[in-house]
Design a protein around this ligand. Structure first.
Ligand code: SF4
Length: 538
């Protein structure tokens, strides 16, 4: 390692450089006790003695290691989000995130999620843009029973949040379509080996992974991504990307220029997460994601450290494969390799409920094999439907609000949790986005090509603000001297062939109440001025 790098890194809390003393409160509580250990206290103390018994460093820290965040106390407007103390925003109920690595559920798992929602979460359920399902209104008293219910069918909330390896994104159609590598077993191996492993439960920040053969996950927004690629002499494997992440200071992942064999994915993944654990910056949380290290080192140095210090071997070079045209969303009816069909449906901005999920399980069992997939676009797939059953299945899904032929607006609009439950939120998102879709379907029903709208309640970009055609970042804005909920607009972002962040035009802010007028104007202008099949981002 060069002295220049050592000098630059000094004092950033990098373990590999000997900086083991915590430099902030988060690092301190992680050092005091591993986040995974909080489970025993939930089981033995908190579930019996109630919310008031929870230690503050568990409440706002370690419970995340088991997918639990306190949700926002009801009735606190966005203008007060930044000025109130954290404890003033805490409700005594929790958001619970259930991890669904690769987004695959069987009938028993789907029914377990539905049961937990209806019994313990006031019938709430949101499909997230990382293939998870999130519930709200969960009481600490019920958490042990929830864990038992989920774990009995092979689901978990382990490391669903926190400074940990988060849910692994995987192609929603793995194993269903013709692809040289089915990533299902690779994701299962990684999950089994590393999720809940104390060796990787104290990272500088969260660590996001995607593994897919097809470009149907937003691979460039992950800390590490394995995207299917054929090596000219070695055959099918993966192109390795590192250092993606949105939020403030967004960065798209960069190619390392190496090919990874399918049976080497877990070894290489462990090398990358090892670099992050050991060399990641731990002084400032807003500089702790892997993207900052990748940016400072550059891909050549990152590859060198990976190969020399972590793998002990060189990886084969891989020239840049063709860039995928777009990220596939799988909505509609599509053929499987076995002659059956899968049906991709669009719940509005990912919002469902336990009741809907139970009905979905019935439909999936009646017309398919009971299996369901979640997608990174807040959508759902029902695989294994016989051709003759497709019309009846599509109708049954529509009856519960899951549309296989949604409007372009319903298909491409996503929203994060927002002010309804999120303590960081400044504005409402889900209801705002749902109302926007309904209004745009009425005003601009002729939209025939996608304009993606990603509605976010604050700068954290959980619904990928910067990679949408129209990215909306919630903030309080001033209109005619009054402070009102609104959005900073980012225009023209995208992934894959259109990779790049939306332009944040200075002064381009829209009041939430005028969002429909604004998007309608944009859409009409696009439809009038586009040349041939020109995409919105062009
Ligand atoms: Fe909460 Fe902000 Fe993330 Fe939305 S983007 S879920 S408001 S932290």
């Amino acid at each position: 390692m060069s002295t220049v790098i050592r000098g630059k890194a000094k004092g950033q809390g990098q373990w590999a450089l000997g900086h083991r003393e915590p430099l902030n409160a988060n690092e301190q509580f992680k050092k005091d006790d591993d986040g995974l250990n909080v489970r025993a206290r939930v089981e033995n103390i908190y579930a019996h003695k109630g919310f008031a018994s929870i230690d503050p460093s568990d409440l706002r820290g370690r419970l995340r290691w088991w997918g639990l965040y306190t949700q926002r106390r009801q009735g606190i407007d966005g203008g007060r989000t930044a000025v109130l103390e954290p404890h003033e925003l805490d409700d005594e109920h929790f958001m619970l995130r259930i991890r669904m690595d690769g987004g695959q559920l069987d009938a028993a798992q789907l029914r377990a999620v539905a049961e937990v929602s209806t019994r313990f979460a006031r019938d709430t359920a949101d499909v997230t843009d990382r293939q998870n399902v999130q519930l709200h209104w969960v009481r600490i008293e019920d958490v042990p029973e929830i864990w038992r219910t989920l774990e009995a069918v092979g689901l978990s909330t382990t490391e669903a949040c926190g400074d940990t390896p988060r849910v692994i994104l995987g192609s929603p159609v793995s194993g269903l379509v013709d692809e040289p590598v089915d990533v299902t077993a690779i994701i299962a191996e990684l999950t089994d080996r590393y999720i809940g492993d104390p060796a990787y439960s104290n990272l500088p920040r969260k660590f996001k992974t995607s593994i897919s053969w097809l470009p149907d996950v937003p691979y460039e927004t992950n800390d590490v991504a394995f995207l299917g690629a054929v090596h000219p002499s070695l055959g099918p494997g993966f192109d390795l990307w590192v250092g993606g992440g949105l939020s403030t200071n967004p960065a798209l992942a960069k190619r390392l220029g190496v090919w990874v064999a399918p049976d080497e994915v877990s070894t290489v993944w462990e090398g990358v997460i090892g670099i992050f654990r050991d060399y990641g910056y731990r002084r400032l949380r807003n500089r702790a994601r892997l993207k900052f290290l990748v940016n400072d080192w550059g891909v050549e140095r990152f590859r060198q450290v990976l190969e020399k210090e972590y793998l002990g071997a060189s990886l084969p070079d891989l020239a840049a494969p063709p860039v995928p045209d777009a990220i596939i969303d799988h909505i509609g009816v599509h053929p499987q390799r076995d002659g059956r069909r899968y049906i991709g449906v669009a719940p509005t901005v990912g919002r469902v409920s336990g009741t809907i999920l139970a009905k979905l399980a019935d439909i999936a069992q009646r017309y398919g094999t009971g299996h369901v997939r979640t997608t990174p676009n807040q959508k759902l797939l029902v695989p294994n439907v016989r051709d003759a059953d497709v019309p009846a299945a599509v109708d049954a899904l529509a009856d519960i609000g899951l549309y296989a032929s949604p409007s372009q607006w319903r298909r491409t609009t996503m929203a994060c949790t927002g002010i309804e439950y999120c303590k960081l939120a400044i504005v409402d998102t889900k209801d705002t986005a749902a109302a926007l879709i309904t209004e745009l379907e009425r005003r601009v029903p002729t939209l025939d090509s996608p304009i993606s709208i990603h509605v976010n309640g604050c700068p954290n970009a959980c619904a990928r603000t910067q990679t949408a055609d129209i990215g909306l970042k919630g903030q309080i804005i001033t209109v005619a001297g009054k402070q009102v909920p609104g959005f900073q607009v980012h225009l023209g972002g995208g992934l894959a062939l259109h990779a790049g962040f939306g332009r944040k035009l200075r002064g381009l802010k829209v009041a939430a109440s005028e969002l429909d007028d604004y998007v309608e104007r944009l859409a009409i202008r696009y439809l009038a001025q586009r040349v041939d099949a020109e995409a919105f981002a062009e």
